[in-house]
Ligand binder design. Sequence first.
Ligand SMILES: [Zn+2]
Length: 100
Amino acid sequence: MSVALPVRSVDEEENLIGTCGCGSPWRLALNSVEPVSGKWHDIVGVRCPICGRSAGFTFDVTTFFQPRPGIWGRDMAAPAPAACRRMSAIECSHPGRSRQ
Ligand SMILES: [Zn+2]
């Protein structure tokens, strides 16, 4: 069980995730928000498409996360706007969404 890093925005999460040590942007491999002990944990898994390294992050997003229907884990085909915004910064694979 990893320690959740408290963050105040999606931008802060992106800053902490950064890029792979080889210089390549991460590719989002996993993202879900889960209730843990009365807090919201944002679980992000990334993988480098160049060197294959992977990394996982757990953020405490309780201060700004707004639960809403449809955001849950398996609903990746239609991510909520906040989730998709994060993906666009790393790599958005949301069908129909053009990359910047
Ligand atoms: Zn890499």
